[in-house]
Design a protein around this ligand. Sequence first.
Ligand SMILES: Cc1ncc(COP(=O)(O)O)c(C=O)c1O
Length: 390
Amino acid sequence: MRLSERISRISVSKIATVLQKAEKLKVKDARLADFGAGEPDFPTPDHIKIAAIKAIEENFTKYTATGGIRELRHALVEKHGKDFGSNYTVEECLVTVGGKQAIFEAMSSLLNEGDEVILPVPHWVSFLEIIKYEGAKPVLLETRENENFAVHASAIEKLIAPRTKLIIVNSPHNPTGVVVPPGEMEKILALAVRHNLLLITDECYCHFVYDGRKPFSLGSSREREHLLIVDSFSKTYAMTGWRVGFALGSARLLANMLKLQSHSTSNPTSIAQKAALAAIEGPQDPVRAMLAEYHRRRDRLIEGLKSIPGLQCVPPHGAFYAYPNVAYYLKKDGLGDTSVLAERLLEEAHVAVVPGTAFGTHEHIRISYATSLEHINEGLRRMAAFFSKL
Ligand SMILES: Cc1ncc(COP(=O)(O)O)c(C=O)c1O
């Protein structure tokens, strides 16, 4: 049996590979310092879990509307309006099986073979793989580390060509933690409008920003035709396993994304939708508490990384990742690239990180600080010892 040409273009997430290895080791060493997973270590808040239990008890266990129950879509656009000053209607909101499904459906609805997609590097793993799966051409925008990986509208504009269809921006950013300033985001959106393109802004981490920054959404711009906002319950409410995300955008684009959803997953899980409703309608204190804890952890991690000779790290102002440059150590004997370094860190120091090659750069490792301060301290101690021996 021959597999499709389309499926052969992509590979399984490199992050998943690291996580699998780390998982195996965890069985042997419960003290593994796990900086690999891009998911909150906090449990889903109780009131959200209770809403799901109630949904089961009340037999809310059947198919729902494919694009999500109206109550949830209504609550989502209301909350987005309250948080960011947007004014989406229920028809301009689609509930999906995680933010990932929204991204997949949007690209499938938009891209033809050979269309070009502008994607800043480093980039979250799945963006590139989905572009390839669609048969489109990724046009990678190289950012500069000495400019804190800044994404400039002027640099994007230089890459716009006749086949350009889509620009993807993710802020706060996975894997660097960098936050694109609102003014720059608005300039990028203006470019999309001027050149008749779509801008997908992935705002999955928008509530996790530090150092006096305020959560921002481009939805406040009120642009519809050229903007698709993707967001998720996964990170904001520590609900990665529930698989609920959403998209806000033009009713026409969403109607086409819905077609795909209707023939693949159908509705996001009914019970998870009720949980999501409780998440946005209920108290937001758990989100504030997680933010405060991430902030403490970020400060400790960055302070610890700075004390390891040779490591450089762009200051992360959002999400829960740091992306230190390890070039100094790659020159040492037998290392070569960050995959080897990550493997040795795992095997010799029992520290799990993701090699930057997964995100399109060659001198970095991604450290997720969605793990306890205790693990961060232990991981830093082990990393310092590991690097000092190289
Ligand atoms: C930048 C970014 N976008 C989207 C997602 C997808 O999240 P989910 O499908 O769980 O909503 C992730 C998950 O790690 C992410 O880091």
